[in-house]
Design a protein around this ligand. Structure first.
Ligand SMILES: Cc1cc2nc3c(=O)[nH]c(=O)nc-3n(C[C@H](O)[C@H](O)[C@H](O)COP(=O)(O)OP(=O)(O)OC[C@H]3O[C@@H](n4cnc5c(N)ncnc54)[C@H](O)[C@@H]3O)c2cc1C
Length: 391
C-alpha cells in the first residue's frame, strides 16, 4: 500500500560503490534532465573502508575517461607488468610505455567518485540503510532506516550481499568466492634473487589449484597514505568445495613465506564476492541489478571495471524504459549478454568452469608456462579490452 507520506524519486540507486555511482554518472551524462529525479542511498559515510586490492584494468580507465573523469587525480601506484604464474613461473604481460594495472585504495576511489557525482548535481544520502525492496505494479516501495521511499525504478548496486537481490530474487542460487587480504611492508626477510618479486610488478600465482583452491594468490604494489606497501591475498571461487582442500589461509601463508613474510605478523581480512552466472536473472519489473549484486568476474574476482561497465549499460536501459514507459526490463539480461560487458562475463564464466576443474599439476603448468602465447592472445582478445567495444 503506497502511503502519501512516502518520499518519491523516479530513480532510486541503492549503494554508492562503483556500480551505483557509475549508473548515476552515466544517467546524468545520457539524460541530464533526469538528474533531479535520481537519488543514491548509501549506508556508509565516505570515505568508507572497502576490502579490495584496488587493481584497475585499462577497461575501468576507458569508462571513466568517457565520463570525463581522470583517476590519476587520486593516489595510485602503477604496475608496469602483470605475471600470471604457476609456482613462480609463467606468463608476463605488459604494455609499451604505459602501465598494465593501476592500483588505487577503495576508500579514496569511491570517495572521489561520489564527490564527482555530487559535483554533477546528483543527490547522495549517506548513512541510510535500505532494509526492504518491494516491487509493485505501479512503483517500488523501498523501506530504509530513514523512512519509506517510492520510486519508478530501483537499481540494486548494493554489492555481493545486497538486500535488493535478496528481496527481488530470493530463490535464485548464489555462487560466491571467498577472499583473504593482507597489507604488508615492501619487503620481508631476504629471499633468493630468482624468487624475489619486482617492486612495480603485480603477481598472480595459480599453484594452489591442484590442491582444490579454484583460484590464485596475488601480490600487488600499493600505497596507504602515500607509503609504498604490498597487498597480498588469496582468491577461491569455491568451485571445488566438494573436494578436500586446505584452509584458505594456507596457500597465502605459503606464498608469502616464499617471499620472506610471515602471514601471522599481519592483519588478515576476508570478504566474499558473488560471481556472475549467465543463467541467473538480474532484473524483475522496475528493478535492475548492477555490479557485484548482478555478478563479478568469476576467474579473477575482478569487479571494479565491470561495476563501472554495468553502470553504463544499466543507465541506457533505464533511459530507454523511461522514454517508452515500459518498466518490465525483460530485455535487460539478454541485452547485457549481447553487450561487450556480457560477452567478457560469459567468456570468464566458461574459463572458470574449465580451467579450475582441470586441476592436474601438469595441466596447470602446461597452461600457464607453455601455452603462454595462446593464453595471452585469447586473454587480450576475449577477456580484457571489452570496454573499447561498449557502445
Ligand atoms: C579482498 C577483495 C579484493 C578485491 N580486489 C579487486 C581488485 O583488485 N580489482 C577489482 O577490479 N576488483 C576487486 N575486488 C572486487 C571489487 O571490490 C568489487 O567487485 C566491487 O567493489 C563491486 O562494486 P559494487 O559497486 O558492485 O559493490 P560495492 O563496492 O560492494 O558497493 C556496494 C555499496 O552498497 C552499499 N550498501 C550495501 N548494502 C546497502 C544497503 N542495504 N543500503 C544502502 N547501501 C548499501 C555499501 O556500503 C557499498 O558502498 C576485490 C574484492 C575483494 C573482497
Amino acid at each position: 500500500m503506497v502511503n502519501p507520506d512516502m518520499l518519491k524519486r523516479d530513480i532510486l540507486i541503492i549503494g554508492g560503490g562503483p556500480a551505483g555511482l557509475s549508473t548515476a554518472l552515466h544517467l546524468a551524462q545520457l539524460a541530464p534532465e533526469l538528474i533531479p529525479h535520481i537519488l543514491i542511498l548509501e549506508k556508509a559515510h565516505y570515505p568508507r573502508l572497502k576490502l579490495c586490492a584496488g587493481g584497475l584494468l585499462n577497461d575501468a580507465e576507458i569508462i571513466l575517461n568517457r565520463l570525463d573523469l581522470d583517476v590519476s587525480e587520486i593516489p595510485h601506484v602503477d604496475a608496469s607488468a602483470v605475471h600470471l604464474d604457476f609456482a613462480g613461473k609463467g606468463l608476463t604481460i605488459s604494455l609499451p610505455n604505459t602501465h598494465i594495472l593501476r592500483i588505487i585504495r577503495r576508500d579514496e576511489f569511491d570517495n572521489w567518485l561520489a564527490k564527482k557525482a555530487e559535483q554533477r548535481g546528483l543527490e547522495l544520502q549517506e548513512g541510510v540503510t535500505v532494509r526492504k525492496v518491494q516491487p509493485q505494479d505501479d512503483c517500488v516501495i523501498v523501506e530504509t532506516d530513514a523512512g519509506m521511499f517510492t520510486s519508478q525504478v530501483v537499481v540494486g548496486a548494493d554489492g555481493s550481499n545486497g538486500v535488493t537481490r535478496r528481496c527481488i530474487l530470493p530463490n535464485v542460487p548464489v555462487q560466491t568466492s571467498r577472499l583473504l587480504e593482507v597489507i604488508t611492508s615492501l619487503s620481508g626477510n631476504p629471499v633468493p634473487v630468482e624468487t624475489a618479486h619486482t617492486r612495480d610488478h603485480a603477481y598472480f600465482d595459480f599453484f594452489c589449484v591442484p590442491n582444490g583452491i579454484a583460484g590464485y594468490t596475488w601480490d600487488f604494489p600499493t600505497q596507504v597514505n602515500g607509503q609504498p606497501l604490498r597487498c597480498w591475498g588469496v582468491y577461491d571461487t569455491n568451485l571445488l568445495a566438494d573436494k578436500p582442500r586446505p584452509a584458505l589461509k594456507e596457500p597465502l601463508a605459503a606464498e608469502m613465506a616464499r617471499h620472506g613474510f610471515d602471514l601471522d605478523d599481519f592483519e588478515l581480512k576476508g570478504h566474499p564476492i558473488r560471481w556472475f552466472n549467465p543463467k541467473n536473472p538480474i532484473s524483475v519489473p522496475r528493478v535492475v541489478l548492477v555490479g557485484d549484486a548482478a555478478g563479478a568476474d568469476p576467474v579473477f574476482g575482478e569487479g571494479i571495471s565491470l561495476a563501472l561497465g554495468y553502470g553504463a549499460f544499466a543507465a541506457r536501459e533505464i533511459k530507454r524504459s523511461i522514454e517508452h514507459g515500459d518498466f518490465s526490463f525483460n530485455k535487460y539480461r539478454p541485452g547485457l549478454l549481447h553487450s561487450a560487458l556480457g560477452q567478457t562475463l560469459l567468456v570468464r564464466w566458461v574459463i572458470t568452469q574449465t580451467l579450475y576443474r582441470l586441476r592436474w599439476p601438469w595441466f596447470q603448468r602446461f597452461f600457464w608456462q607453455v601455452l603462454k602465447p595462446i593464453v595471452a592472445s585469447v586473454g587480450t582478445l576475449l577477456v580484457i579490452n571489452w570496454a573499447k567495444r561498449m557502445k
